[in-house]
Design a protein around this ligand. Structure first.
Ligand code: PLP
Length: 389
């Protein structure tokens, strides 16, 4: 029998997609399913962005583009980066990617191999660990704890770094916890990394504009001392509600840029041309839709937190960023994944069990509030009824 290489015995996946598939199946059977499982804005892509893609197609942009993306788009990303972080980056260090995820794929593939270690947040986005395992590197979880506001501790993270640490993955604002890491913790880590000049950092900043209550998003770009070993992941999926367009960008250190360019040439040639024109419109056009989306998310965030805290034996910290709440269900008597599964099958509410994001996710579930306030209320009614019976 034919068999793929051993990496494929170890590669994982994202359970949110399996939950979505099951929710869709139950809905097709006639169940009224409310989805608080999936991590994508429930808003359509703003019209002017869609129009820019249509115009690009009508103008004849049907062919390959440069592998790293068209220059005006990379210039737009550089301009936006300057606006959001105050840091100047060259368009020559930016690579347009087919989605945010592909940057983690590329970075982990580039840095991981047997005998090396890669650190990643736990609980955290499941693809980090999956890809680390794929490369044969040893995954080393950085604990992200509720008592720390779902931020990592700089001191604890540093205690895990050693000569074998090839890459450290950070994510703030974070999926699945909604945590935002304070500057002090990052400063501690960056300072300590002076002793480990061969360790690279991948900062997943895909939720960078999604913070609440004036919370500061600290970009790793603001630490010049690590610029020569920093990879930044960002993209259009969340900010401009463009998950299906498959558009991301990454910022690379000089030492790695040619690798990602060649990976693009080998794997995807370039991101589809009309999406790249849409990407320019997203960055350079009016941002009202983004503001409106964030206002809606903020209101729903308050609703989810209030309703989750009123559930029997459940507590829910107020998320500071992204569009997820991560309530603590450890006192309900339920294991998180069993609760998530029972809620979907019996009450028609799709949520994700914390262990799908790592070992430290046990005792928690992820509620995505990328759904209408009305649906959030109905879902919480059902969860309340389920936990009370
Ligand atoms: N990084 C984090 C932390 C995410 O939550 C996600 C999507 O859920 C991604 C990256 C991937 O984004 P994209 O859909 O653009 O690949």
């Amino acid at each position: 029998m034919i068999k793929a290489v051993s990496g494929f015995d170890r590669i994982g996946e994202e359970n949110a997609f399996a939950v979505l598939a099951r929710a869709t199946q139950l809905a097709a059977q006639g169940m009224d399913v409310i989805n608080l499982g999936i991590g994508q804005p429930d808003f359509p892509t703003p019209d002017h962005i869609v129009e820019a893609a249509v115009k690009a197609l009508r103008d004849g942009h049907h062919g390959y583009t440069p592998a790293t993306g068209i220059l005006p788009l990379r210039e737009a990303v550089a301009k936006r980066t300057l606006q959001t972080t105050g840091v100047e980056v060259s368009p020559e260090s930016i690579c347009i990617m087919p989605g945010g995820k592909v940057t983690m794929f590329a970075a982990i593939l580039m840095m991981g191999e047997p005998g090396t270690e890669i650190m990643y947040p736990d609980p955290g986005f499941p693809i980090y660990r999956s890809m680390i395992e794929f490369t044969g590197a040893t995954p080393v979880p950085i604990p992200v704890r509720e008592e720390n506001g779902f931020a990592f501790s700089g001191e604890e993270a540093l205690s895990l770094v050693n000569e074998k640490t090839r890459l450290i993955i950070l994510n703030s604002p974070a999926n699945p916890t909604g945590g935002v890491t304070p500057r002090a913790e990052i400063e501690l880590l960056v300072k300590g990394l002076e002793n480990f000049p061969n360790t690279a950092i991948l900062s997943d900043e895909i939720y960078d504009v999604m913070t609440y209550d004036g919370e500061e998003h600290v970009s790793l770009l603001t630490f010049p001392e690590i610029r020569d070993r920093l990879i930044v992941l960002n993209g259009w999926s969340k900010t401009w509600a463009m998950t299906g367009w498959r558009m991301g960008w990454s910022i690379w250190p000089d030492a790695l840029y040619d690798n990602v360019r060649k990976l693009a040439v080998n794997a995807w040639s370039c991101v589809n041309a009309p999406s790249q024109f849409a990407g320019i419109a997203a960055i350079e056009g009016p941002q009202d839709a983004v503001t409106e989306m964030m206002t809606a998310f903020d209101a729903r965030r308050k609703l989810v937190v209030e309703r989750a805290n009123a559930l029997p034996n459940v507590t829910c910290a107020t998320p500071k960023g992204a569009f997820y709440a991560f309530p603590n269900i450890s006192q309900t008597g339920w294991k998180a994944k069993e609760l998530a599964s029972a809620l979907l099958e019996e009450s028609g509410v799709a949520i994700i069990g914390g262990p799908d994001f790592g070992i430290l996710g046990e005792g928690y579930v992820r509620l995505s509030y990328a759904n209408s306030a009305e649906n959030i209320s109905r879902a919480l009614d059902r969860i309340e009824e389920f936990l009370t019976k």
